[in-house]
Design a protein around this ligand. Structure first.
Ligand code: CUA
Length: 326
């Protein structure tokens, strides 16, 4: 039992350090929500203990077989109890109201505009540039520390839910409707978002890599994302691009600056720069790219990407080409 308790305590503590937990807030919004959660936990926990104490007292008195009739002590106890409930609920209502106001505070700030569209089962991410154009990427969200990002949430097919527990609360992405969520990250690092609304067989494989970074670093990253793919003279890489553009790959995926101009699947212009492939399903390596191209249905059954039969040398060239798209 001792060992089990120790393991459980370690798991609890580990959860507090994690990249996907609301218990270690790294954003202003998540911080407000965490404070409200802590207050609710203490108030409701205290009430719960009082109920148990009251129950124990009742059992103890019943055992002593008190004489029937009016019981002044009980009456006084009930009055105090009712008062406690009124005070407790008032505290919680006031706190909820104040936290709601704090969350709305970010709405008044100038913000970075990001559009996130939920697809079965990946995230299309677009940043609005200074000139009004949109810079597209997928499955990896970068955010500048200390600046509010206004995320416009849309859905392409079914209802999804956008949740980066360390940074903010969750918000649904609903077809035919645009919702907005403000994110103000305060701590740098890698975090993990997860679709939080069941959206089909691969709902669990709809995750999002989130990087909160220094504003200057973020600007450099965004400028790099805006650029088209670099051209290459290497014959193997050129073959990879030729295969990608001539085979069905290029009808669904876009690599800006090349003939591959599909808009159905994730934009691959800088896929080599990302941390994972297939919305967090696999870490991004050449081997995982090769595996994903060869057998998407084995790795993520039901996904819209079909297996395109390629010669082994062609598949290898495509994986090498994608890997170096930084
Ligand atoms: Cu998308 Cu669950």
């Amino acid at each position: 039992v001792k060992r089990a308790l120790a393991v459980f305590a370690c798991l609890l503590l580990a959860a507090c350090q994690g990249a996907q937990t609301p218990l270690a807030p790294a954003g202003e919004e998540a911080g407000h929500i965490f404070s409200l959660f802590t207050l609710m936990l203490w108030v409701c926990g205290g009430m719960y203990l009082l109920v148990l104490a009251f129950l124990a007292g009742a059992i103890w008195r019943a055992r002593r077989k008190l004489a029937a009739g009016s019981d002044r002590g009980l009456q006084r106890g009930l009055t105090v109890w009712t008062g406690l409930i009124v005070v407790g609920l008032s505290v919680l209502i006031t706190a909820s109201f104040l936290v709601d106001r704090s969350l709305a505070e970010a709405r008044r700030r100038e913000a970075l505009v990001v559009r996130v569209t939920g697809h079965q089962w990946w995230w299309r991410i677009e940043y609005r540039a200074a000139d009004g154009s949109w810079i597209e990427t997928a499955n990896e969200l970068h955010l500048p520390r200390g600046r509010t990002a206004r995320v416009e949430l849309r859905a392409a097919d079914v209802i999804h839910s956008f949740w980066i527990p360390n940074v903010a609360g969750k918000m649904d992405l609903i077809p035919g409707r645009a919702n907005t969520l403000d994110l103000t990250p305060r701590r740098e690092g890698w975090f993990r978002g997860q679709c939080a609304e069941f959206c089909g067989a691969q709902h669990a494989h709809m995750t999002l890599d989130v990087k909160v970074e220094d504003p200057a670093q973020f600007s450099t990253w965004l400028a790099r994302q805006a650029a088209p793919a670099a051209t290459t003279a290497d014959p193997v890489l050129a073959r990879g691009l030729a295969v990608l553009a001539s085979q069905p790959c290029g009808q669904c995926h876009r690599v800006r600056g090349t003939p591959a101009a599909g808009r159905i699947g994730p934009d691959l212009t800088h896929i080599g720069d990302r941390r994972s492939v297939a919305a967090g399903t696999l870490p991004l390596t050449r081997a995982s790219l090769q595996g994903w191209i060869a057998q998407p249905q084995a790795l993520k059954p039901g996904v819209n990407m079909p297996a395109v039969p390629l010669e082994p040398a062609d598949a290898d060239a495509v994986a090498r080409y994608l890997e170096q798209l930084k």
